[in-house]
Design a protein around this ligand. Structure first.
Ligand code: CP
Length: 341
């Protein structure tokens, strides 16, 4: 059973194939020609944290493909409380065709996958956000300079070593791209992530740079990316983080002006406008933040089709007819006594 927990679990051709599928499905959707590839399928969506993009994109993707999604909001199901994760995972697997899970701890999504008998799709953990970055690469391909190959692209991430930063570092180096993480030393990508990225680069020809100089890091970027400087649970660290990042690491008009004139601005959203990036860059004519968000929908469709469609049973017409006959014959007699009209 393969799950979608980390882009590291997939080869470059597999990742690029999912992006190609997303592009096909996007075009078909735009023409209102999307085939019902997941007709009759159900997706369980577990969220331990709120979400706008991930929740809506997965639910709409299932609906558009002829399937159905069940939103299980934070605290709504037993998940390691009153029932262990093994039982929850095995039970949900008996009722749906795939599970999408946003969990506070990466170990939780790993445990769900360990026991699931359907594919588990990681919708963000404290470690990574693989569906976001697959969508981001799709968006970069759509917006890259025509003369550049994917392997020529330079992505500069300015800010905290977030889960999105971790996943971007992984996928860019896997695909042979050139990734720079620029942050104050204390907030740079940890050695364990860098070791994985270095191994990726050795195979792919990509490069990884760690920097604490935003003006230099941005100077040859095709894509400038940032993310929140703090998240829920890090409130006590806000003063320290604010002091470390502000003003040098804020992506504002002055810093963005140091990037090449074709560079595009990216942010996975939600953004703290005026903190890690200003309105001037998030709303800049070279900002592609809403294209990124829309592409979540198209990428989720591709991921869902990749993981669910091959496992859907497609019975022969005779088999369907036989079952319909059996059920109709049974229902020709009342099940309950008494007047049901
Ligand atoms: N980028 C992202 O995952 O957004 P949500 O938290 O709204 O899902």
């Amino acid at each position: 059973m393969r799950h979608f927990l980390d882009t590291q679990d997939f080869s470059k051709p597999e990742l690029l194939a999912m992006i190609e599928l997303a592009k096909l499905l996007k075009e078909a959707d735009r023409q209102r020609c999307l085939p019902p590839l997941l007709a009759g399928a159900s997706l369980g969506m577990i969220f331990e944290e709120p979400s706008t993009r991930t929740r809506i994109s997965f639910e709409v993707a299932m609906t558009k493909l002829g399937g159905h999604a069940i939103y299980l909001k934070p605290g709504e199901i037993h998940l390691g409380v009153r029932e262990n994760i093994k039982d929850t995972s095995k039970v949900i697997s008996r009722m749906v065709d795939a599970i999408e899970a946003r969990t506070l701890k990466h170990e939780t999504v790993m445990a769900l996958a360990q026991h699931a008998t359907v594919a588990v799709i990681n919708g963000l953990t404290d470690y990574n956000h693989p569906t976001q970055v697959l969508c981001d690469v799709m968006t970069m391909i759509e917006h890259k300079p025509a003369e550049k190959r994917l392997e020529d692209l330079k992505v500069t991430f300015i800010g905290d070593a977030t889960n999105v930063c971790s996943s971007l570092l992984m996928i860019c180096t896997q695909l042979g791209m050139h990734f720079t993480h620029c942050a104050p030393k204390r907030y740079q990508s940890p050695k364990a992530w860098q070791d994985i990225a270095k191994a990726n680069c050795a195979l792919s020809g990509g490069t990884m740079t760690i920097s604490d100089d935003p003006k230099t890091a941005i100077s040859d970027a095709d894509f400038v990316y940032t993310d929140l400087w703090w998240w829920v649970g890090q409130e006590a660290e806000i003063p320290d983080r604010q002091a470390a990042f502000m003003p040098d690491y804020q992506v504002n008009e002055a810093l963005f002006a140091k990037a090449p004139s074709h560079a595009k601005m990216m942010h996975c959203l939600p953004a703290s406008r005026g903190v890690e990036a200003t309105d001037g860059v998030l709303d800049h004519h070279r900002s592609i933040i809403y294209d990124q968000s829309e592409n979540r929908l198209h990428m989720e469709k591709a991921i869902l089709v990749t993981f669910i469609a091959p496992r859907l049973k497609r019975p022969e017409p005779e088999q369907k007819e036989w079952h319909a006959g059996q059920i109709a014959a049974f229902l020709s007699q009342p099940i309950l006594a008494g007047d049901m009209s």
